[in-house]
Design a binder for this molecule. Sequence first.
Ligand code: PEP
Length: 250
Amino acid sequence: MKARLFAANWKMHQAPADAAAFLRTFLDQYTRQQDRRVLFFPPAVSLHVVVDATRERSDIGAGIQNLHWEDKGAFTGETSAALARGAGARYALVGHSERRQLFGETDAQTGLKMAAAVRAGLTPVLCVGETLSEREAGETLGVVARQLRAGLAGLEPSAVASAIVAYEPVWAIGTGRTATPADAAEVHQAIAAVIRALIGERGGAVPILYGGSVNRSNVEALLATDGVDGVLVGGASLDAEQWLAIVRAG
Ligand code: PEP
């Protein structure tokens, strides 16, 4: 059975002192559970705080929210996967909808970032999901399949098998709207089918997370949904008590 994954995307919140205070509360109360792992994606300036505080906890990992696809060079303001790995990151979010929508990240760039993450030894979390207008036009499965294929195109099958995918419908992120378990089940099943078509049966090992306004009230139903292997959580991961309730669910 796959370990459940609970990933916190702190976005542009939690300065180092805030991250340290959060982790003191969280780590005091959260003991290791065999069946789950917790991942934190702090802003880059707070990565070292998460890495240091969780050094002894193999059930907890830290990652970056974005990366440049080159390994190094004259790219002022950017962070490479190799730099993040050197700073203790083990994971990287790639293709988050805020990167795609607000910063114009393309499918092709997402593919380059996935390859860069793997080159540096990071486990990438490829985020895919449709906008509201795409859903209303009946394009959900096509959009998600296109984003998946582009994101995974530059990876060897073994790297695809070690990656993580997050289905995050854009209309559900930060809006308080969540996909119904039936909506999520349909898309998770389609994602699993695309991955199996790419790398065969071992694609079944790739965890597929759901993200989009997950909170302590809806997490149980989402985790009980067929094909949902964990959750990627933004807003509700910023409060230590709520995050504790979420990581104990399921
Ligand atoms: C996210 O940022 O990945 C996310 C799912 O945000 P929220 O939980 O706030 O919708």
